[in-house]
Design a protein around this ligand. Structure first.
Ligand code: FES
Length: 102
């Protein structure tokens, strides 16, 4: 298996019992995963993997995701435009400061 160059962990708000209960799920962040997958494919970013996670503990900044290996935390991702802006930066190997959780 070839390891991905980057890995996006998108918060799906899962709690210990498996139920999504947090802000990222309620704010529609999880619904963007299909768009995120399609955009990665359209952009030829085949070396980027996506995984859904439990609560990332930054609920007040959600919907949230983390990009590794940079360990960049992004928040306020509520629209396809937000995804586009972040992926634009990733393609340039840059961090999009407009969404960074610091
Ligand atoms: S539910 Fe996403 S950070 Fe807590």
């Amino acid at each position: 298996m070839e390891k991905p160059a980057k890995h996006i962990f998108l918060c799906a708000s899962f709690r210990a019992n498996g139920t999504p209960q947090g802000i990222c799920d309620k704010s529609g962040g999880v619904e963007l995963i299909q768009y995120l997958q399609e955009e990665l494919q359209d952009r030829g970013m085949d070396d980027v993997m996506i995984s859904l996670t439990s609560c990332l503990k930054v609920c007040d900044r959600g919907p949230a995701m983390v990009v590794y290996p940079e360990n960049t935390w992004y928040g306020g991702i509520t629209s396809e435009e937000d995804i586009d802006n972040i992926l634009d930066s990733m393609e340039e190997n840059e961090v999009n400061e407009d969404y960074v959780i610091s």
